[in-house]
Design a protein around this ligand. Structure first.
Ligand code: FES
Ligand code: FES
Length: 158
């Protein structure tokens, strides 16, 4: 079986994987990073979103071998010690989750969205930007509010 090496949350890892092993399986089963969820088998829900070399990907659609030498960030890698990432704080403060199943992927997508949207981010742009992340609980209103606040905080204005 091929060996694959990458950094995950800043930590170098290497693992033996099958050619068909998905990145999400490597993260959850081999590395125990179970914050990355699997919510569908159709590449639609976004519960599995992680950042790979600074861009979000659905980890259920990426083979582990395709992530060779990449820098992968999961939800477990966002906080600095006890200090949450500003987007995580915004989700908590705006009650932007209920069961929390979609939240890790939602937060990773929101961070990338905040980085590429213009400073005056509109609720419409947030809703459009998060089209690839589905939430079955919240009705999205609080998520949109949280992402707006998190984006502002990431720009140092929060
Ligand atoms: Fe649903 Fe990846 S598990 S998109
Ligand atoms: Fe339950 Fe989003 S908070 S699926």
């Amino acid at each position: 079986m091929p060996m694959v090496a990458m950094t995950v949350n800043g930590r170098p890892i290497s693992a033996e994987v099958e050619a068909r092993t998905l990145l999400v399986e490597l993260l959850r089963s081999s590395l125990g990073l179970t914050g990355t969820h699997v919510g569908c088998d159709t590449s639609q829900c976004g519960a599995c979103v992680v950042a790979m070399n600074g861009r979000t990907v659905k980890a259920c659609t990426v083979l582990a071998v395709q992530a060779a030498e990449a820098a992968v960030i999961t939800i477990e890698g966002l906080a600095t010690g006890e200090v949450l990432h500003p987007m995580q704080t915004a989700f908590r403060e705006h009650h932007a989750l209920q069961c929390g199943f979609c939240t890790p992927g939602m937060v990773l997508s929101a961070i990338e969205l905040a980085q590429r949207l213009p400073p005056a981010v509109t609720p419409e742009a947030i809703r459009e930007g998060l089209e690839g992340n589905l939430c079955r609980c919240t009705g999205y209103h609080n998520i949109v509010a949280a992402v707006g606040a998190g984006a502002t905080a990431m720009r140092g204005k929060g």
